[in-house]
Design a protein around this ligand. Structure first.
Ligand SMILES: [Zn+2]
Ligand SMILES: [Zn+2]
Length: 232
């Protein structure tokens, strides 16, 4: 007995659960996916929340994300290709899935639209909430005060490099003082690295002081703020 599709009568295989590819695809859909996905994007740092992680909204990351959002059913040795298209309020991902059913090669094309919703990421929210862990005090003598601006620039450029790995490693605020400047820093880890780099040219040993400012709600650990005084 020859197979035929009970829905359309086609005798052309392959057959999936008794139906021809066309009918099966129409009835069940060979791909499991949502037509529209909403993702959060931070208006400040432009990172996006992809599966719970705040990452760069790069083509690669977005393609990886979409890759997980579309699942092929019934296809063997499937391959996915994702092409990103610009949309009005975000992006669209054109997903081409190729695979085999029996010996037959099947190509399916779907479009997923990605809408961006503005929402601050955790780190930026902390910065906006005036969160900081350290203060770097740059202090100068009368004779060295002319180096103030170049020192600030040097510090900024180090933070700029650190910020890529530690989003809180940045200058949150600067406060000019009579004999220097106070730099308010998001992360103490970042502050320590910067101090280590600039104290090579200082005239005195760096003074470090700590101040208890709270208890971590999650761990119960005491939280300190660190102040580094570097003199030139
Ligand atoms: Zn059919
Ligand atoms: Zn952000």
């Amino acid at each position: 007995m020859k197979d035929f599709c009970p829905r359309c009568g086609s005798k052309t295989g392959p057959f999936i659960k008794g139906f021809c590819v066309n009918c099966f695809s129409q009835k069940h859909g060979l791909l499991d996916y949502q037509k529209e996905i909403e993702i959060e994007q931070c208006p400040r740092c432009k990172k996006a929340n992809l599966s719970g992680k705040w990452v760069e909204l790069s083509e690669k990351n977005l393609a990886n994300f979409l890759d997980k959002k579309i699942k092929a059913k019934e296809l063997k040795s499937e391959k996915k290709e994702i092409e990103l298209l610009a949309g009005d309020k975000g992006f669209a991902g054109k997903v081409t899935v190729t695979g085999k059913i029996g010996k037959e090669k099947i190509v399916l094309e779907k479009e997923i639209s990605v809408r961006l919703k503005k929402n601050g990421c955790g780190n930026c929210q902390r910065i906006f909430g005036h969160y900081f862990e350290a203060i770097i005090q740059l202090r100068f003598s009368k004779n060295s005060l002319d180096k103030l601006e170049s020192k600030i620039k040097e510090v900024q450029s180090i933070f700029f490099a650190l910020e890529k790995k530690d989003p809180l490693a940045r200058i949150v605020k600067t406060a000019m003082q009579k004999n220097g400047v106070d730099l308010i820093i998001g992360s103490n880890r970042g502050a320590k690295k910067v101090v280590r780099a600039i104290e090579k040219n200082s005239v005195e040993k760096t003074q470090v002081s700590t101040k208890l400012y709270g208890i971590d709600k999650n761990t119960g650990n005491r939280r300190y703020r660190y102040t580094y005084c570097v003199r030139f």
